[in-house]
Ligand binder design. Structure first.
Ligand code: 13P
Length: 248
């Protein structure tokens, strides 16, 4: 039985004040009792604040990116070891916003995954097709390409996968539970080619306009093990409801 995971990707949002308030609210509801694993991924400058606010909490701390090198002349970048210093356990990598805005390639995403794993942290590898690619019947081919590069070289037992169709991100247009399940089953199959046992246990999250109203239906699908939540993760009541829609 796979343990559910709900990850909050706050993207480039929040302030010292709003994050303090948000984490206070999340801790009040989510620290009591069991349930799915919960992860919050703040913007880099707030990692220290979050790490302190999450002392003794069962909510884990994640980051939204990491550089592949361990140090050096990379102005503005963050090395995986620096994230570890703040108690980061997971790092979102290959998010479509970074693939599009900063032209991150599959090879670069792989290098980042390896660097993050080398520090003992878990990459949350994002894959997903654009609307144009879906309409051209290429959705599975695109996801397979993004996935295979990483699956071939990474430690599969220390990896979380996230299917985020680009057309569903921040648009309010969620994939239907059936569309999402179909791709999740495809992704799990892709992992099974390498190891049936890993495929059975690997956590595959869905991301793209997840909210309190659609979460339960999505998470009820056989191959959807939780969510990677953007906009709705900034609203405490909504995010808590989403977290409670996943079985622990
Ligand atoms: P939204 O939930 O705002 O659509 O964002 C999804 C996402 O990109 C999470 O990484």
């Amino acid at each position: 039985m796979r343990r559910g995971l709900v990850a909050a990707n706050w993207k480039m949002n929040g302030s010292r004040e709003s994050i303090t308030e948000l984490l206070h609210g999340l801790r009040q509801s989510l620290d009591t009792g069991a349930g799915a694993q919960v992860l919050v991924c703040p913007p880099m400058p707030y990692l220290d604040l979050c790490s302190r606010l999450l002392q003794g909490s069962r909510i884990s701390l994640g980051a939204q990116n990491a550089h592949e090198a361990s140090s050096g002349a990379f102005t503005g970048e963050t090395a995986p070891g620096m994230l570890l210093d703040f108690g980061v356990s997971h790092v979102i990598l290959g998010h479509s916003e970074r693939r599009q805005l900063f032209a991150e390639t599959d090879v670069q995403v792989l290098a980042k995954c390896l660097a993050v794993q080398a520090q003992g942290m878990v990459p949350v590898l994002c894959v997903g097709e654009t609307l144009q690619e879906r309409e051209a019947g290429q959705a599975e081919a695109v996801v397979a390409r993004q996935l295979d590069v990483v699956l071939e070289a990474c430690e599969l037992t220390k990896l979380v996968l996230a299917y985020e169709p680009v057309w569903a991100i921040g648009t309010g247009q969620t994939a239907t539970p059936e569309q999402a399940q179909q791709m999740h089953a495809f992704i799990r199959q892709r992992v099974a080619v390498r190891s049936g046992a890993v495929a059975e246990n690997i956590c595959i999250l869905y991301g793209g306009s997840v909210n309190a109203d659609n979460a339960a239906q999505l998470f009820a699908q056989q191959d959807i093990d939780g969510g990677l939540v953007g906009g709705a993760s900034l609203k405490p009541a909504e995010f808590i409801k989403i977290c409670k829609s996943v079985s622990g």
